[in-house]
Write a protein that binds this ligand. Structure first.
Ligand code: ZN
Length: 342
């Protein structure tokens, strides 16, 4: 798109309270059967409208049809048993009861393609679709079959590539892979994490993005952040290799974060979705605060490569807070856009 500083979101947005319990991760659906199908579509339409009214340029589905950004995708695959659950430590941070890989994993049918088609039908704006990345997927499962994180990641990369190609075919403009695990397992990221990501986007002609963050504003994450010290330099471990990768866009957490902004210099040349909205607080940023973060980022990202964005998904936030934050993002981007036009 030709507009300078096109705004976007990391992905998830709060769901209406008639669809799922608000402010809850893995919130159970309140509808069933055909009503649920219809309810998800209604919510998707609403979410699109809210993004449009807030002035967001690159829109998404707000992840209205998924319970969780990783598990919903996995639920649609064969080879994973959701009744057989084990407790594992996710991203070295918190314990979760997760399903078990019991056989060869495969995708029998498309997962999100109908939803993407539905979104495409309702807007002419560029759309971005988020999928979990291979490394984050394996980190949210117990593997009783392959017994190798790397092997399972390559299998998931193949499956993600099938899904991504079909999303591209129905008109998705940007396919984003969510890889918060990239911020934790640096050796694996450099050994095979980025390679499996490139396998997932192989052959795509649309733009591709990777989202790497410090997570939702949930307690386990905010507690973890407290242990990271005064400077968060995690990105430094993986940026050199990401800069060399085939990925077009890198989506990052920046606002209210202790990530030193100069680390962005390490990915110079890539498009950057700069997180200018904190998802770990209900306080709505002022447009000037957003503008300030964007100005700092502009020291290290060329203006034609900067997309103002949220730090992470906003699913767990109160709906009005998320809406206020979207508006602040647009208004903040607008301030900087005017400055750049001078
Ligand atoms: Zn995130």
């Amino acid at each position: 798109m030709n507009k300078l500083l096109p705004t976007s979101t990391a992905g998830s947005l709060p769901k209406p309270s008639w669809l799922a319990q608000p402010e809850t991760l893995w919130s159970p659906w309140k509808l069933q059967g055909d009503e649920l199908v219809e309810g998800k579509q209604d919510a998707l339409r609403l979410s699109l409208q809210e993004q449009q009214q807030a002035g967001i340029d690159i829109v998404g589905d707000g992840e209205q049809s998924r319970q969780h950004f990783v598990t919903t995708f996995i639920e649609h695959l064969s080879g994973v048993d959701f009744t057989q659950r084990e407790t594992v430590r996710i991203r070295n941070r918190y314990d979760a009861n997760v399903p078990t890989v019991v056989g060869d994993v495969s995708r029998q049918k498309p997962v999100f393609v109908d939803d993407a088609k539905f979104l495409r039908k309702h807007t002419t704006q560029p759309i971005k679709w988020a999928l979990p990345g291979p490394m984050t997927m394996i980190d949210t499962l117990y593997d009783g079959h392959y017994k190798s994180r790397e092997k399972l990641a390559w299998e998931f990369a193949k499956i993600l590539n099938q899904e991504a190609k079909e999303l591209e075919a129905v008109g998705v403009d940007i396919i984003q892979f969510d890889e918060p695990a990239f911020n934790v397992f640096f050796d694996e990221v450099n050994d095979w994490g980025i390679a499996t990501l490139e396998r997932a986007l192989e052959g795509l002609k649309c733009e591709t993005a990777v989202h790497i963050c410090y997570g939702y504003g949930i307690k386990a994450n905010t507690e973890w952040k407290k242990t990271l010290g005064s400077e968060w330099r995690q990105y430094e471990e993986i940026f050199p290799k990401l800069q060399q990768s085939n990925i077009d866009i890198i989506s990052l957490e920046c606002h209210n974060s202790r990530v030193p902004m100069e680390l962005l210099e390490l990915i110079r040349g890539k498009k950057v979705m700069v997180g200018a909205i904190d998802v770990a607080t209900n306080t709505i940023e002022t447009p000037e605060e957003v503008a300030n973060t964007l100005r700092k980022a502009l020291q290290f990202v060329d203006a034609d490569k900067l997309c103002p964005c949220t730090n992470c998904g906003m699913a767990p936030l109160p709906r009005q807070v998320a809406l206020g934050k979207l508006k602040a993002l647009s208004a903040g981007a607008d301030i900087v856009r005017k400055e750049l036009a001078r």
